[in-house]
Ligand binder design. Structure first.
Ligand code: DX5
Ligand code: ZN
Length: 221
């Protein structure tokens, strides 16, 4: 059976109470903390950096922290996030001058490495780096904001990415980010995803545990 992971995105959390919010989603059954880093340059929004990741570790968060870098340039922040306690680090290939090197830096720092694809970014960036990947993250919205609608064409792209992963023989997670809800999670899993980022669908509900349980139960059917 596929081992599905649910990764709430802190972008939709109450930032004034971030530590408590992360504790709450983890207590509610989340597997991974999805940490969106935006630089007002690669994407039109500005969020948080390594200091906040470090603060979550200091607060006592032991779950994996999945750092999604929406920044350009990429490399300098990789070292900072490794230091800050990141577990996974993913970046957008078109934002890196040297994709292979960025991936290697992440793995050399002991983190899991991944590439992120915007809705219209072709998967050919995968061609020569499958052996250096632990995760492939497909964006199902244009990056920058939470609460957007899932772009349906991403389902075909998921199927294509799933085929590439299976053909490669590597253990690479297939993560989806953007517009994931209780209602569409089953269809997204059927297309090949095994790791689900969800921001507004979790944080905009009152009962995180009930929402995560519904997601898991929909993944079983
Ligand atoms: C968007 C971010 C997402 C975002 C998802 O650029 O990468 O992680 O928080 O939010 P929802 O789940 O609300 O679409
Ligand atoms: Zn994200």
């Amino acid at each position: 059976m596929t081992d599905y992971l649910i990764a709430p995105s802190i972008l939709s959390a109450d930032f004034a109470r971030l530590g408590e919010e992360v504790d709450s989603v983890l207590a509610a059954g989340a597997d991974v903390v999805h940490f969106d880093v935006m630089d007002n340059h690669y994407v039109p929004n500005l969020t948080v950096g390594p200091m906040v990741c470090k603060a979550l570790r200091k607060h006592g968060v032991t779950a994996p922290i999945d750092v999604h870098l929406m920044v350009k340039p990429v490399d300098r922040l990789i070292g900072d996030f490794i230091e800050a306690g990141a577990s996974w680090i993913t970046f957008h290939p078109e934002a890196s001058e040297h994709i292979d090197r960025s991936l290697q830096m992440i793995r050399d720092g002991g983190c899991k490495a991944g590439l992120v694809f915007n809705p219209a970014t072709p998967l050919h960036y995968l061609d020569y780096v499958m052996d250096k990947l632990d995760v492939i993250l497909l964006m199902s919205v244009n990056p920058g904001f939470g609460g957007q609608r899932f772009i349906p064409g991403t389902l075909d792209k998921l199927r294509e990415a799933r085929q590439r992963i299976d053909a490669s023989g590597y253990a690479i997670r297939l993560e989806i980010d953007g517009g994931v809800t209780v209602d569409n999670i089953a269809e997204i899993a059927a297309a090949g995803a095994d790791t689900f980022v969800a921001g507004s669908a979790i944080f905009n509900t009152n009962d995180y545990q009930a929402t995560i349980e519904k997601m898991r139960s929909n993944l079983k059917h």
